[in-house]
Design a protein around this ligand. Structure first.
Ligand code: OGA
Ligand code: MN
Length: 281
């Protein structure tokens, strides 16, 4: 039996007394899969997980993406992306350094976006670097009916380039070719819960396709403000041994900056959609 404790009124649950490993029981995987869909964000505390175990556990939930930023992958386990401000041999070992990272979904810019990510704290600064999550189902549900009707069926343009300009470093040409701008529906239906969720984010969504530019800008500004209202957001303050697993179809996330004097290293796996579940749109 797996027990949980809610993290906030809207989203998130802490999974109690559970150790991540390469070989969880089939029952545990099924239970976690259901909790993941229901709560959208799962916290596992006091973990001690090496890289093979992080990969092995994550693989229980789907194939893992090898991230386009190959310069930030774990040398031994390319399924793991380092998120870090640590420099070794004169170069950053991880993505996103120590600056603020704006609201985004992981890999919204891919034709088959990731269904989730698992982020394991390895080295933490004494403060700062909180990660926030917004519940995009709750944000959709609370929208006025008229706005819902306007948005349902629309596509938006998603740009990894826009995100990199604002928060990261530019991709090289090969990476650019693998992550061009792409259109996705603004409203997704979650494949497990059947709930609708908004699918747009300040960090990567540049316009509503086919709308007049002014209307698109105005609507996006309204939605960016709306979706990040405190009632839809959970703020995570990291503790050593924390691992977070989020649903990437119905949450977006951002990160606070932290003091560049301190080191932070997080290790991320990125879970792809399962063929049998199909595209979650
Ligand atoms: C990520 C991410 C935020 C953080 O790994 O996808 O956005 O807290 N990380 O470093
Ligand atoms: Mn992210």
């Amino acid at each position: 039996m797996i027990s949980i404790r809610p993290l906030s009124p809207s989203l998130g649950a802490e999974v109690l007394d559970f150790q991540l490993s390469s070989n969880p029981s089939a029952e545990a995987v099924a239970a976690i899969r259901a909790l993941w869909a229901q709560h959208k964000l799962l916290l596992f505390r006091n973990q001690s997980v090496d890289e093979p175990a992080l990969v092995g556990f994550s693989q229980q939930f789907g194939a893992l993406e090898i991230h386009v930023r190959e310069e930030y992958l774990s040398p031994e386990h390319p399924e793991i992306l380092y998120v870090s401000n640590i420099e070794r041999d004169g170069r950053l070992i991880g993505i996103l350094s120590d600056n603020e990272v704006g609201w985004h979904y992981d890999q919204i810019y891919l034709p088959q976006p990731a269904v989730g990510s698992l982020l394991m704290a390895d080295t933490l600064p004494p403060e700062g670097g909180n990660t926030e999550f917004a519940d995009m189902c709750a944000a959709w549900d609370a929208l006025p009916k008229q706005t819902q009707q306007k948005l349902d069926g629309c596509l938006a343009n998603q740009s990894y380039e826009a995100f990199n300009q604002a928060y990261s470093v530019p991709t090289n040409n090969k990476q650019k070719a693998r992550s061009p701008d792409i259109h996705h529906p603004i409203v997704r239906t979650h494949p497990v819960t059947g709930r609708k969720a908004l699918y747009l984010c300040p960090g990567m969504t540049t316009e509503i396709v086919g709308w007049d530019a002014e209307d698109s800008t105005e609507m996006l500004a309204f939605l960016f403000d709306w979706t990040t209202r405190p009632e839809f957001v959970y703020v995570h303050q990291w503790q050593p041994g924390d691992a977070l697993m989020w649903d990437n179809a119905c949450t977006m996330h951002r990160r606070d900056p932290f003091d560049a004097q301190h080191q932070r290293l997080m290790k991320r796996t990125t879970i792809l959609p399962q063929a049998e579940v199909g595209m979650p749109f």
